[in-house]
Design a protein around this ligand. Structure first.
Ligand code: AHR
Length: 500
């Protein structure tokens, strides 16, 4: 493949929020994950210092919380103040202790150095409850909720800028699911009240790439919204945990851009493409494994939905397939950075997350290293490059269906604060190296950072670090330089006078 780009043709500056993360009150994400007051590894606020440090290293820009499905029956007032009363979480059907609530979340965000992004209860909650939450967080002193926060020991407002109205409220699985008509009415009223409390806040609303849902929503309240939220999990294994093999995961990359394309088209058709950006605020290759929970079927024993959740944390599940897919997803966001302004990997800790916790430490799964690579080495200006001789192959989906799939996925970036380029180059092929030729007006040393392991199924676990970032020097750049990309690898190729 020949890669061309020049600095006169750019798509724009990518928002660092593309590298965002999500955390939900589900299984071991909060309790026993990032929040573990009894752990010797936790600080005075009960936060695991090793987890916080790992999040700092990948410069998490924004962290969506508290759900997910959880939020659709969550009442924020249960999680503030000195009286924390446990409640039954009707989404995940477990007891929620409420010891981690808004103030703990804000403290965590401050320690990570990220923007908080609160998703509100639009299932059983009301527009008033959402805006009361915003009063608690954002008003200086006015009213009973700001005063409540001050009484709770937080004299300064939390200043939460990003707010989502709801989570997946279109889905039959969601508590308090809505029709599109009901949804556009609720979002309008909620947006009105939220913006009356804090006009500087940025609002998004739960949506999907469905035309009817979005037309109803955007016609009625497009003028109040700053964002539209969509989600994507490609390997739909919520019920089975039958992980797709490597080749199948590569065929999923063929549809990685579909939702963005459709939502972009709709925003454009409605004249909103310069006003509303896409927040892809839950994404992962693999759906979380939580069988038998979103059902009103009678006779399901508790063990049938509680015990399977542990299988999300089998570390051998998270291989180079996850890393390569994650890099392709981030490349897609970069190519669409004029309209995709935020994304959140779902989740950050445990379940399918990039960080796994155990009592004595953490494991950085394969996807963690992709974030590390992109955040710390890619440029912030995305060039509108072009390629010649794009290789493709037939990969089999589930060992059967033959799918024509592009082998390489490339994005060229430049830096707004220094000379040089950084090329993200993914080789999806499970077996063979691929050659790229880089034709850029560039000078300097070429350094290649590679996330890979010895095998396409390599993974990290306690005491096992197969997937890592390796660095090699490829000498001085010259026009038409050819480089070999290892099979199943994620690479950032820096061409800089002084590579950092
Ligand atoms: O499977 C994870 C759940 O999936 C999240 O809670 C929800 O938002 C999504 O549907």
């Amino acid at each position: 493949m020949i890669i061309h780009a020049n600095k006169g043709r750019s798509i724009g500056k990518r928002d660092p929020m593309l590298y965002g993360q999500f955390i939900e009150h589900f299984h071991r994400q909060i309790y026993g994950g990032v929040y573990d007051p009894d752990s010797p590894l936790s600080d005075e606020d009960g936060l695991r210092t090793d987890v916080i440090e790992a999040m700092r290293q990948i410069k998490v820009p924004v962290l969506r919380w508290p759900g997910g499905c959880f939020v659709s029956s969550y009442h924020w007032m249960d999680g503030v103040g000195t009286e924390r009363i446990p409640v039954f979480d009707k989404a995940w059907r477990v007891e929620e202790p409420n010891t981690f609530g808004t103030d703990e979340y804000i403290k965590m965000c401050r320690k990570i150095g990220c923007e908080p992004y609160i998703c509100t209860n639009a299932g059983t909650g009301t527009a008033e409850e959402m805006s009361d939450w915003m009063e608690y967080c954002n008003l200086e002193t006015e009213g009973k909720y700001a005063r409540m926060r001050i009484r709770n020991g937080y004299t300064e407002p939390h200043r939460v800028r990003y707010w989502s109205i709801g989570n997946e409220n279109y889905g039959s699985w969601e508590i308090g699911a809505k029709t599109s008509e009901e949804w556009s009415c609720l979002v309008t009223e909620a947006a009105k009240m939220l913006k009356h409390v804090d006009p500087t806040a940025e609002l998004t609303a739960a949506a999907l790439d469905d035309l009817d849902w979005n037309v109803a929503l955007l016609k009625k309240c497009g003028s109040f919204l700053d964002w539209i939220s969509i989600h994507g999990y490609w390997d739909a294994i919520h019920q089975t945990n039958a992980l797709a093999d490597y080749e199948t995961c590569m065929t999923y990359t063929n549809t990685i851009e579909d939702s963005v394309r459709r939502v972009r088209g709709l925003l454009t058709a409605m004249g909103l493409e310069n006003r509303i950006r896409i927040a892809f605020d839950e994404w992962n290759l693999r759906g979380w494994y939580h069988p038998n929970v979103h059902t009103i079927r009678q006779g399901v024993a508790k063990e049938e939905y509680l015990i399977p959740r542990d299988d999300n944390d089998i570390n051998s599940s998270y291989t180079m397939a996850d890393a390569v897919f994650a890099a392709c997803f981030l490349n897609m966001c970069h190519r669409n950075c004029d309209i995709v302004g935020m994304a959140a990997f779902a989740p950050v800790v445990n379940t399918r997350g990039c960080i796994y916790t155990y009592p004595e430490g953490i494991v950085k799964r394969s996807t963690y290293h992709v974030f590390d690579l992109y955040v710390n080495h890619l440029g912030d200006v995305v060039l509108n490059g072009w390629t010649e001789n794009e290789p493709w192959k037939i990969y089999r989906k589930h060992g059967r269906e033959e799918c024509r799939t592009s082998v390489l996925d490339v994005v060229v970036t430049a830096f707004s604060d220094k000379e040089g380029y950084a090329v993200a180059a993914v080789n999806k092929d499970p077996d063979e190296a691929a050659e790229i030729r880089i034709d850029l007006e560039a000078a300097g040393t070429v350094r290649i950072y590679t996330v890979n392991g010895p095998d396409k199924d390599s993974y990290n676990d306690i005491g096992r670090e197969e997937v890592q970032i390796r660095v090699r020097n490829a000498g001085e750049y010259r026009w038409g330089m050819k480089l070999q990309l290892e099979p199943h690898s994620v690479n950032v190729i820096e061409i800089c006078a002084d590579p950092a």
